[in-house]
Design a protein around this ligand. Structure first.
Ligand code: UDP
Length: 320
């Protein structure tokens, strides 16, 4: 049975990957420093094939014994998180990726890098295809994440070309679902938390900016397909159903039944105007496309947040 390391394995996407890999029969080692990950996300796993190590992959990464796969998912990933942690974000994307690649080389493991639609910046090409190089402001507040991930892609390709390491790169577009943090600052938990608390939904700017939201189970299926594929170059994974943030707010009101107003707040610096993945490459080479529509996925996510708030009402205000 394969032995697989997931860095950032206690995070939102990382923990769903740990579940999926265990269900596929892998032995899973999860490394996380719990800066934005949470032990709650993996507390349900009672399996002797699962090992958790609390460690910052920026500083050091070594695992005893053989490894077949490394999924490198450690990084703050919401705009608020990386604005609050600019240096750790830069370090985990650069130094942490270097450590993960070095370990993969030592073990001759295949490494899959979690990259992001942020590498396209505020895109001038729409929808975004993998051959678009992006429009990124390196010195803006989002630059710490965007450039770290661009560097991580460059270093991954360097190891692939120079060391002949087997690598895969997934560019993840906006993904949502259970285990997002209520206060991670992204639009999905913000709107759902506000709706459940009877507070106004905060739209940044006029709400005409667009995003395309992918449910986490679809994303995880695509990641596993990419991991097991022969594709050495980046592949976009996301849901191409594009909507404006205003339409998204209306969907949250409809699906939650909340009767709260919408208020407008200033648009953050360098907030991308639009974002939508071109997933024709994933369809072609992985036979993958998302299956879960927005209504279904948001309903599941609302149920998750509602149950968390029910078991701990203080969470509404706690910075969890
Ligand atoms: N946004 C919003 N209200 C919020 C949080 C976010 O209108 O309470 C907007 C944000 O400005 C952006 C979009 O929703 O245009 C998606 O933001 P998010 O932080 O989820 O992720 P991004 O796609 O920008 O990385």
């Amino acid at each position: 049975m394969p032995r697989t390391l997931v860095t950032g394995g206690a995070g939102f996407i990382g923990s769903h990957l740990c579940d999926k890999l265990l269900s596929l029969g892998h032995h899973v080692i999860c490394v996380d420093n719990l800066s934005t990950g949470k032990i709650d996300n993996i507390a349900h796993i009672r399996d002797e094939r699962f090992l958790f190590i609390k460690q910052d992959v920026t500083n050091y990464l070594y695992i005893e014994g053989p490894l077949d796969y490394i999924l490198h998912f450690a990084s703050p990933a919401s705009p608020i998180d990386y604005l609050e942690r600019p240096i750790p974000t830069l370090k985990v994307g650069s130094l942490g990726t270097h450590k993960a690649l070095g370990l993969a080389l030592e073990k001759r493991a295949r490494l899959l890098l979690a990259s992001t639609s942020e590498i396209y910046g505020d895109p001038l090409v729409h929808p975004q295809r993998e051959d678009y190089w992006g429009n990124v402001n390196p010195i803006g507040p989002r630059g710490v994440y965007d450039e770290a991930k661009r560097f991580a892609e460059a270093m991954t390709m360097g190891y692939q070309r120079f060391h002949k390491l087997e690598t895969r790169i997934v560019r993840i577009f906006n993904t949502y679902g259970p285990r997002m943090r209520l206060h991670d600052g992204r639009v999905v938990p913000n709107f759902i938390r506000q709706a459940l608390a009877g507070e106004p939904l905060t739209i940044y700017g006029d709400g005409t900016q667009t995003r395309s939201f992918c449910y986490v189970s679809d994303l995880v299926d695509g990641i596993i397909k990419l991991l097991l594929s022969d594709e050495p170059e980046p592949v976009n994974l996301g849901n191409p159903a594009e909507i404006t943030i205003m339409q998204f707010a209306e969907a949250i009101l409809r699906l939650s039944g909340a009767d709260v107003p919408i208020v407008h707040e200033p648009l953050p610096v360098d907030d991308p105007r639009k974002r939508k993945p071109d997933i024709s490459k994933a369809k072609r080479i992985l036979g993958w496309e998302p299956k879960v529509g927005l209504d279904e996925g948001i309903t599941q996510t609302i149920a998750y947040f509602a149950s968390r708030l029910e078991s701990d009402p203080e969470l509404k205000h706690k910075h969890d």
